[in-house]
Design a protein around this ligand. Sequence first.
Ligand SMILES: Nc1nc2c(c(=O)[nH]1)N[C@H]1C(S)=C(S)[C@@H](COP(=O)(O)O)O[C@H]1N2
Ligand SMILES: [Mo]
Length: 379
Amino acid sequence: MPLPTPPEALRRGPLREGAFRSRLHDPRTAVVIGRWLGAALLVCFLTGLYSHVLQDPPAWLRDHLSARPAGLYRFTQGAHVISGIAAIPLLGAKLWTVYPRLFEWPPARGVRHALERLGILLLVAAMALELFTGLLNTLQWYVWPFPFRQTHFWLAWIAVGGLLLHLAVKAPEIVAHWRRPRPELSQRRGFLTAVTASVLAVTAVTAGQTVPWLRRIDLLAPRRPDIGPQGLPVNRTAAAAGTAQPPVNWRLKVVGPASYELTMDELRAMDQHEAVLPISCVEGWSASAQWAGVRIRDLVARAGAPPTARLRITSMEVDGPYRETEMEAAYAADPLTLLALRVNGEVLDTDHGYPARVIAPGRPGVLQTKWVDRIEVIV
Ligand SMILES: Nc1nc2c(c(=O)[nH]1)N[C@H]1C(S)=C(S)[C@@H](COP(=O)(O)O)O[C@H]1N2
Ligand SMILES: [Mo]
């Protein structure tokens, strides 16, 4: 049954008959691009959830977190940002394939059709905003007044909910066009090759911020992970945090059943340990370094607390979202978790947290607190 045409006066521009000539505005192209986009979004969503849980573990999960593998978060967050960036050209291609549907006439054929279209509007809006805010976040560009992480988290659920609904509604069409038609359209082959090339290009020039062997072509990523004091980038400088001149009489306070304080000399006199661990920033860059300092579990044991203790770590920073962080028992008890005093063979630069910072395996960079002066056992 042919669709009704719009009234004479409206039959112009995208509403005129035959306005869209390309044969690629078809369900088969939408299905192929949709599969790739779906795969990127699945990776992005799962790794995002993982990152969210590590940063803000619900009480029931706290005791089940694991500090190992030590490089897991580096991998998952790298995959999060890579899949998110790859999803941008894929979403563009998908929207191009289906956008003639925007000009369908009549705009709504009934309540069901209207709801379906509203659902797509919500899905596209949530998805576009989600990818856009995520991309700006990797650029450390917080231009909005709302808190990034919570908004990004809830928008993800809206987008995924909308996506599942969309897949359910379109299931018959998806099934019908899942297999490659024979013969395949040569235009479609060309289009898909172009899309693949764009995805590979945007990925290749940004993934170097976390994948070492792609570093040399890391042209568009905001970070080169090997540039910065002591070979490591800095997100928040000591000047910005107000900790550029640590007090001369700095002391580490360890608060627990048997609280005590240590001077820098006393800390240096304790058993020193080394760990090669990455800083894996939520923004997608990561860099490995060799850290040296005192095991957090030794400090905690000395305060008379059991190895199952959770900790609150406080920075000298006056304010800022990461001034105070909590550390679950799995990290506190890990032999690789250090209160680091040195990095790559030198005393910590003030930008890397001098006098002392936390470095723990398997955690987001935001929790690797710098300029620490207090460790408290949470009872
Ligand atoms: N006190 C404090 N610690 C902090 C931060 C901060 O803003 N304040 N930023 C965190 C973030 S977001 C990251 S990625 C790492 C970066 O460590 P680096 O600057 O030594 O590379 O430090 C973390 N520690
Ligand atoms: Mo970070």
